[in-house]
Write a protein that binds this ligand. Structure first.
Ligand code: ATP
Ligand code: MG
Length: 215
C-alpha cells in the first residue's frame, strides 16, 4: 500500500473488506463517508481472495474483482487496495489479515474495520471474533437497507463479545439499496446497472462478459 512509512505520526486507517463481486457505489460512498466523518488518513479496500462464507456460489476470479476495485478507486488519493488476502492461499480470515498488517505497517498505525449491518449479524460466526476485536482500533458499523438496526441485538452481541462495546461505532451514511448480488442478477437478465457502479466498472463488466449466463 502507498501509506508514507517514513512519518512517525499516527496513521489511522480503515479497512473495507468485501468480495466486491462487483464493487458498487454503496461501497464507495460508505468508504468516503467514514473517512471524512472520522478524519481517517486512508481507506484500504481488502478484496477477499477466498471468501470463507461464499464458497458455495463460487466468486468471480480475483483478477477481475481486483481490476474492478482498482478502476473504481482510481480517482480518490485516500483510497488504496491491498492484495493481502489475495496472495494468501486458503480462506481469508480477518484475524490473520490483521496480524499480518500490524506486522507490515509501521507501529503507529491504528487499524479499524468497516462492516455493513448484514455482515455484523454474521460477525460472531467469523473465525475468532475476539481475536479480531483485540487487534482493531474501532469496528465501524454502517446501516444497510433491508436490515433492521436492532439495538437489542447489539446489546446481546456486546454481552457475548468482550471488547465489542468499547470499539463499536455506528457511522451514519446515505442509505443506498445496492448489492453486488442484485448487480449480478441484473447483468444476467440484461437489465441496466448504470449509475449503480462507476462507469469504468460497468464498461469492464461488459467488455469481459462478466455475470452473463452461460450460453
Ligand atoms: P453480495 O451481494 O455479493 O454479498 P454486497 O453488495 O453485500 O455483495 P460485499 O462485497 O459482500 O457487497 O460487502 C462488502 C461490505 O460492504 C460488507 O461489510 C457489506 O455489509 C457492506 N455493504 C455492501 N453494500 C452495502 C450497502 N448497500 N449498504 C451498507 N453496507 C453495504
Ligand atoms: Mg455481501
Amino acid at each position: 500500500m502507498s501509506t508514507d512509512q517514513s512519518q512517525s505520526s499516527t496513521h489511522t486507517l480503515a479497512l473495507m473488506g468485501g468480495t466486491f463481486d462487483p464493487i458498487h457505489h454503496a461501497h464507495l460512498i460508505i468508504a468516503e463517508e467514514v473517512r471524512t466523518t472520522l478524519a481517517l488518513s486512508q481507506i484500504v479496500f481488502v478484496p477477499a481472495g477466498h471468501p470463507p462464507h461464499k464458497a458455495e456460489r463460487g466468486s468471480t476470479p480475483i483478477a477481475h474483482r481486483m481490476a474492478m476495485v482498482e478502476l473504481a478507486i482510481a480517482s480518490n488519493p485516500h483510497f488504496s487496495i491491498s492484495r493481502i488476502e489475495v496472495d494468501r492461499p486458503g480462506p481469508s480470515y480477518l484475524v490473520e489479515t490483521l496480524r499480518l498488517l500490524h506486522q507490515q505497517w509501521e507501529p503507529h498505525t491504528r487499524i479499524s474495520f468497516i462492516i455493513g449491518w448484514d455482515s455484523l449479524e454474521d460477525f460472531p460466526h467469523w473465525y475468532d471474533p475476539s481475536g479480531i476485536l483485540s487487534q482493531l482500533d474501532q469496528l465501524i458499523v454502517v446501516r444497510r437497507p433491508g436490515y433492521t438496526t436492532d439495538l437489542d441485538y447489539l446489546q446481546r452481541l456486546e454481552a457475548r463479545l468482550p471488547g465489542l462495546h468499547e470499539r463499536l461505532l455506528i457511522v451514519e451514511i446515505p442509505q443506498l439499496d445496492i448489492s453486488s448480488t442484485n448487480l449480478r442478477q441484473r447483468v444476467a437478465s440484461g437489465r441496466t446497472i448504470k449509475y449503480q457502479t462507476p462507469e469504468a466498472v460497468e464498461r469492464y463488466i461488459i467488455e469481459n462478459g462478466l455475470y452473463r449466463p452461460p450460453s
